[in-house]
Design a protein around this ligand. Sequence first.
Ligand SMILES: [Zn+2]
Ligand SMILES: [Zn+2]
Length: 252
Amino acid sequence: MLKSFLKDLFDLLYPPKGECGFCGLPAEDSLGCGGCLELFRDYRKQEFCRKCGKFIYKENVGLLCFDCGNELPLFSFSRAAGLYEGVVKDALYNLKYTGRRSLAAPMGQLMARSVLEDGRYRSLEVIVPVPLAQGKLRHRGFNQSGLLARELGKWLKVRVEEALVRTKDTDSQAKKGRRERLYNLQGAFAMAFGQDLAGKRVLLVDDVLTTGATLNQCAKVLIDHGVAEVMAVTWAAGQDAYEILTGKEEGL
Ligand SMILES: [Zn+2]
Ligand SMILES: [Zn+2]
């Protein structure tokens, strides 16, 4: 009671500066409202696959998710700022399809927090966004992963290079199964003309990790061209397939 009175008084004296870019509620912080920032803090504390960064809810989990247990990806590891659902999913949709480019700033900043809190990223030297196919780039006008990469570069003080190009449009990935996706992605990426990152430790940036096939193909091209190590970070990641297959999700 007293608390809410004080809050009202506080709001009256210091009106909220803006809206949360994720949920639309009033927000004091330009990064987001209290509720959303807490959600992202929770995601940073949640169990995750030590390879691909997918979220794992089970107790007594191993270090790897079901997919990585079957076949290890070529990148060293990846982390995600949040689980691909709710405001995390909405933010990416709004960035990609409703043209709200301003969302890239808080999204990139939150990804930077995940990177900074994880000591494994300490040695990274160059940031490389996962490229978009030319047709899609023309249509959308921007590469969402490129925008996120630029924000990350700003916060991590690391240079960003558009070192990869997409040589094949892999449009309907989402409708395909894992095996088909992998096949579909083969030869989809190449080094951009004049780019040489041999010997460097690279951070790949993508918007969402579902199976990790896209990041894996990008990592392959970089490693084939002499890159010393490929790490990755994504805005969102899915959940351990084991939990989806067996329905052993939290709260079920
Ligand atoms: Zn919010
Ligand atoms: Zn994994």
